[in-house]
Design a protein around this ligand. Structure first.
Ligand code: HEC
Length: 189
């Protein structure tokens, strides 16, 4: 029994040494290419994506979902989406930016994600982001209310046509210019 334990311990120490040598000497640079043009092999992608999915599910569990149907909440969510998310995720009738085209892993189509993920998971991802991918966390710059507004818009975007998106963009622009005019009036008096 003692010999078996000693053999296992020696094997583990040897493996650890090989691991340190591979990482420390730079051999790992030849084994793993960090280029966005070099997609990860299937087994690595499977490890990353299932760990990420499980982590989101685990941490989002128990988050209470508020009502997401209010039209002013959806309009506020649209404003944020149009300004901050299209770059990487595109949208109905919209292309990603050049930066968004160059990231790896690619940002998914959020109309599809919203069909597959419950609202609390969307909320958690937008608030926290996803480490070592381009997905930013918005907790440092946005209150929970604003993040729920983005989720409310995503729920609406599930079945949105490019024409409906354009119509929301127009409504958003005219609301913004109305607010600007009101501000200018206030200063004028
Ligand atoms: C700089 C690029 C970038 C920006 C900007 C960005 N995202 Fe992402 N987002 C990503 C990437 C990349 C992923 C996929 C990460 C992965 O593979 O795990 C992602 C994943 C997500 C997911 C999870 C989708 C799924 O199917 O698992 C949600 C939800 C999301 N983003 C929402 C948003 C929202 C809302 C905004 C704007 C407020 C936004 N993102 C802005 C890059 C971005």
């Amino acid at each position: 029994m003692k010999r078996i334990i000693a053999t296992i311990a020696a094997t583990l120490i040897a493996e650890l040494l090989v691991f340190i040598i591979v990482v420390g000497t730079g051999l790992s640079g030849a084994l793993y290419n960090v280029s966005t043009l070099s997609p990860d092999p299937g087994f690595l992608r499977w490890i990353f994506s299932s760990t990420s999915d499980n982590s989101v599910k685990y941490h989002a569990n128990g988050i209470k979902v508020p009502s997401l149907t209010d039209s002013s909440l959806i309009a506020m969510g649209f404003d944020h989406y149009n300004e901050m998310c299209v770059t990487c995720h595109a949208g109905p009738g919209l292309e990603k930016s050049e930066a968004g085209m160059g990231i790896y892993p690619q940002a998914p189509n959020l109309a599809r994600s919203a069909k597959e993920m419950p609202p609390q998971n969307l909320f958690w991802v937008i608030k926290n982001g996803i480490k070592s991918t381009a997905m930013p966390g918005f907790a440092k710059t946005h209150t929970d209310d604003k993040i729920w507004a983005m989720v409310a818009f995503l729920e609406k975007m599930k079945n949105m046509t490019p024409a409906q998106y354009k119509a929301m963009e127009k409504a958003n622009e005219s609301m913004k210019s109305m607010k600007m005019n009101m501000k200018m009036d206030e200063h004028g008096h």
